[in-house]
Design a protein around this ligand. Structure first.
Ligand code: GLC
Length: 661
């Protein structure tokens, strides 16, 4: 059962797509105070687990910390951070009673989940103008399903997007990309996508190409002939440059976000000074979305949207203030402390003051950015998603974004942003997966190997061993870090094997993804969702259920040659050995020490179930479904989903085949 409480005069985020009945009377759980802003308070029972918040820091159970939805371009995801790139304001309290809450509020909102007081959940925001959706149900999965129904079907990518992709900030020329293709193909390490980071553009101008690309359509065509899709990045800020068509058109039509005085707001991002297209203005959104045609017309079938919190390194106003302080720092002895100077420079990015400096035009109404800050990435990706519908309504395009709000899950996936080559981030990223699924984001994954800092061979292999299971499987790294392509390390056959296992599992992973998307279900679940009465399973955060058949338990510690795994029921261990064979063993319910070498992939099949496994392939196109063999329990059945992977013929019954072990 779902109902909606309306407080004040909420901004219509369009996160929810179905009609939800208005509630009558007081909230059934907790209390609300609207004296000074908005404050929801609920006293948690000791056994309550709080799930949700999608892409956020810390655990699957969010208890014990404070999280702030305030989309931020922060590349240092340390344990103390409260805000990352997304605002996913859905939480689910699961204990003696289960209920879900979606705070549909597009500005800063704080979730104090047992931080101030260990037993108290408090959700607060500055103005009492929001829609609060309350969802009651018998179980946690049931609540998630009801929630997912009202926010609309999750985005479905083309099938090639389930292949492996290589990315790195710094690839610039045709030769750079050809070298990557060659590096993978000549070692027979599977590959389906190469990502084009900002250097493919001319001076970081969206919808341009640098001078190295002579015949881009031909280059894209050749890559595709080699079964590699090129996936360019699009940034939110449009470079200010006379004569650049996107800039000129945006200024002329007043499509950019403006200051109070009507001038176009200026923010520095990668290209230097930029303007932000007003993604919340329908005309501007259509205009910006149609710009993607510049690349789709040349054969491009996928994109990643970046810097769309929106990231602001500094605004003109902020820079002026810093310069003034620097002048005093230099000239007026002892009036400005070094730390004050340093602090000022550091505070230029992600500045709330800047968010108050520009406006959106929403159906003729002027809305100050800070009131709707968390919607920018969502609406940028919506611009692209709506444009893809116009370009070819029956075709799927790959799209994922850095910033997001619930609602964006209908238009694209997300990646988890600038993680680091840290073992702790392997675990952090694993834990985000089920929370993201609860909020509708199914096509997700982390920068495998880690984005910032230097990776190591073992960390990359273990990251890949998680990535084998995440819908988005991409190796990405930052400029200036150690080269991180799989072929930069010794014994590349280990990488060929590990990524090869991904391709062997695609018949299963793709089926489970499609079933999850088509039924408003989860692809990754916490163990507690499947074994709610198992006290141990309820607290496990480093193992996940994937689809309806398997459990995964990635290794996330350096120098570990395996790990302890808890089996909530009897399961069949499946180990993909480097020689291509598969080791199988039935294990009893309970705790087991499992050996997992760096070049092995392990999964666990639930009792009475089976999964399809194909032969390895070097690209999605060449997976031979004729080679599928069933692994798991004798007599089990599995419903395979498969389609052409390109079009949207999802409801065709012929997409389903029942296979037996
Ligand atoms: C941002 C993105 C990262 C990208 C970089 C350069 O930091 O999160 O993925 O490589 O910008 O475009």
């Amino acid at each position: 059962m779902i109902y909606k409480y309306v407080y004040g005069n909420p901004f219509d985020t369009e996160a929810v797509t179905s009609e939800v009945p208005l509630a009558e009377g007081a909230l059934p759980f907790g209390s609300v105070d609207t004296e000074d802003g908005f404050c929801f308070t609920f006293i948690m029972e000791e056994n309550d687990i709080v799930y949700g918040l999608g892409e956020s820091n810390r655990g699957i159970n969010k208890r014990g910390y404070c999280y702030v939805s305030d989309c931020s371009d922060d590349p240092n995801h340390t344990e103390d951070k409260r805000s990352l790139y997304a605002a996913h304001n859905f939480i689910l309290i699961s204990g003696n009673r289960n209920f879900g809450l979606f705070f549909d509020y597009p500005s800063v909102i704080t979730f104090d989940i047992g931080y101030t007081r260990m037993d108290t959940l408090q959700v607060t925001c500055g103005s009492a103008d929001l829609n609060l959706y309350v969802i009651e149900g018998g179980s946690a999965p049931d609540i998630v399903k009801q929630f997912r129904r009202i926010i609309g079907r999750s985005y479905i990518p083309p099938k090639f997007a389930f292949g492996f992709g290589q990315s790195r900030w710094g690839y610039k020329t045709e030769k750079d990309f050809l070298d990557v293709a060659e590096g993978y193909r000549c070692r027979h390490i599977p590959l389906d996508m190469i990502y084009m980071d900002i250097d493919y553009m001319d001076s970081y101008k969206d919808f341009t190409l640098n001078e190295d690309f002579n015949d881009f359509p031909e280059f894209v065509r050749k890559m595709k002939e080699n079964h590699i899709q090129m996936i360019p990045i699009i940034d939110a800020g449009v470079k200010i440059e006379k004569g650049y068509d996107v800039y000129e058109e945006g200024v002329k039509n007043r499509y950019f976000c403006q200051r109070e005085d009507g001038s176009d707001f200026v923010a520095a991002v990668w290209p230097g000074d930029t303007h932000f297209p007003d993604m919340l203005n329908e005309d501007a959104r259509k205009w910006f979305g149609d710009k993607y045609r510049f690349l789709t017309d040349q054969g491009i079938e996928g994109f990643w949207n970046d810097m769309n919190e929106p990231a602001i390194f500094y605004s003109s106003e902020g820079l002026e203030e810093a310069k003034e302080l620097a002048r005093r720092f230099a000239e007026e002895e002892n009036t400005v402390h070094v730390w004050e100077m340093g602090g000022k420079l550091q505070s230029l990015a992600n500045s709330h003051e800047d968010y108050r400096r520009f406006y959106h035009n929403v159906n003729g109404e002027r809305i100050r950015h800070d009131r709707v800050h968390n919607l920018f990435g969502y609406y940028m990706t919506r611009a692209a998603g709506e444009a893809f519908e116009r370009i070819d309504p029956n075709r799927r395009f790959l799209m994922f974004s850095r910033s997001s709000y619930i609602g964006m899950h209908r238009y694209g996936g997300i990646w988890t942003g600038d993680n680091k080559s840290w073992w702790s981030h392997l675990l952090l990223n694993l834990k985000m997966m089920p929370s993201l699924n609860m909020c509708g984001f199914l096509y997700t994954g982390a920068d495998l190997g880690g984005f910032g800092a230097d990776t190591t061979r073992d960390l990359l292999l273990r990251f890949l061993a998680l990535g084998v299971f995440t819908p988005l499987m991409r190796n990405h790294s930052a400029l200036g870090t150690r080269q991180q392509e799989c072929y930069q390390f010794e014994n590349t056959e280990d990488f060929r094997h590990v990524i090869g296992v991904r391709y062997r599992l695609i018949p299963y992973l793709y089926s489970e993804y499609m079933k999850a998307a088509l039924n408003d279900d989860m692809y990754f679940r916490p163990l507690a969702f499947v074994y709610p009465d198992d006290r141990t399973a309820r607290r496990i955060e480093d193992q996940l259920m994937l689809g309806n058949e398997i459990m995964i338990a990635p290794v996330y510690e350096q120098n570990a040659d395996g790990r302890f795994v808890y089996l909530p029921e009897e399961m069949k261990l499946i180990k993909f050995l480097p020689d291509g064979t598969i080791f199988e063993e039935i294990l009893a319910k309970g705790i087991h020490r499992i050996d997992v070498a760096l070049n092995e992939i392990v999964l666990f099949i639930r009792s009475g179930k089976c999964i399809p496994v194909a032969d390895a392939a070097e690209c999605v196109d060449s997976i031979d479904y004729g080679t599928i063999r069933m692994y798991g329990y004798e007599g089990a059945e599995y419903t395979l989903y498969n389609d052409d992977g390109i079009h949207k013929d999802y409801d065709n019954k012929e997409n389903y085949t029942v296979l037996r072990k």
